[in-house]
Design a protein around this ligand. Structure first.
Ligand code: GLN
Length: 270
């Protein structure tokens, strides 16, 4: 579990790292676009991340940061490709990939069979399951406690798919939101009774101190899925190969483990 002190320490450490990184323009992050490595005449890949998915990708004091952001940065440096990173609402990312308006995405995207019909994925770079977050006073502690409740889910995500399909026997009333922050606020204000979110994100948000009165009611409501970097099916295969190559290198060098510890704590949480 993260304490506020740990989160602040993590963010402070993050500033030091970002501050040392000459290739990143901090001003650009404020316009939701962070340029990465630059070398003359190279193609600059257009890559997207989720604009509100802490600690994978999120804005803090106008800076785009997070595990996805830094994994991509480290991978690109190792594999030698240039990119711009656009922080977007999750729901628009897959359609833009398919339409060719983006070359790749690192957005906590779970590798799902139905997505493989339209996307190609890299090797998995993190695995986690879904959690349910609810108000402390509601004392939700078992899946069956969600029966007939109003559930907040993020549009286009695994959580919405899970709630629509597996949640049918629970007779859930679903409310759809664009971001993780909106879901948490809906539960805090009583517009919804719980929200479904990937475990590391749910745990981070609950422990951030930004959403008082919420708790990680059900740490695991389904099986575990891997996150993958994604491109449109059959497109940008070179980028995919470069990503896998760079990922392999940062796993070997220990950089991957350092980043996971920095954002998720000593042990990767699922
Ligand atoms: N992992 C989930 C999915 O792929 C949620 C991703 C997100 O909200 N960025 O659907």
């Amino acid at each position: 579990m993260w304490t506020i002190k740990q989160i602040l320490a993590g963010i402070k450490a993050l500033f030091i790292v970002v501050g040392c990184c000459g290739c990143c323009s901090l001003a650009a992050a404020e316009s939701a676009t962070a340029p990465a490595t630059a070398s003359a005449n190279a193609y600059v890949y257009r890559i997207a991340c989720d604009d509100n998915f802490p600690p994978l990708s999120f804005f803090h004091n106008g800076e785009l940061m997070g595990l996805d952001v830094e994994i991509l940065q480290a991978v690109a440096q190792e594999a030698g490709f240039d990119y711009t990173l656009q922080a977007l609402p999750f729901d628009v990312i897959v359609p833009r990939l398919v339409a060719g308006r983006l070359d790749g995405a690192i957005a906590g995207l779970s590798i799902l069979e139905n997505r493989k019909e339209i996307l190609d994925f890299s090797d998995g770079y993190l695995s986690c399951g879904l959690a349910a977050v609810a108000r402390v006073q509601d004392e939700i502690s078992r899946l069956v406690d969600l029966k007939d409740k109003r559930g907040a889910v993020k549009k286009g995500t695994l959580s919405s798919l899970f709630a629509e399909v597996d949640g049918q026997n629970l007779n859930l009333q679903l409310h759809y939101y664009d971001s993780s922050d909106q879901m948490a606020r809906a539960v805090m204000s009583g517009k919804a009774d719980f929200y479904l979110e990937d475990y590391p994100v749910a745990a981070y948000m609950v422990n951030s101190g930004l959403y008082p009165g919420l708790e990680l009611a059900l740490p695991r409501v389904n099986g575990v899925h891997d996150y993958g970097f994604a491109v449109a099916k059959g497109k940008q295969q070179e980028l995919l190969e470069k990503f896998n190559y760079g990922l392999h290198l940062i796993e070997k060098s220990g950089e991957y483990e350092r980043l996971v510890k920095k954002y998720l704590g000593e042990k990767p949480q699922r």
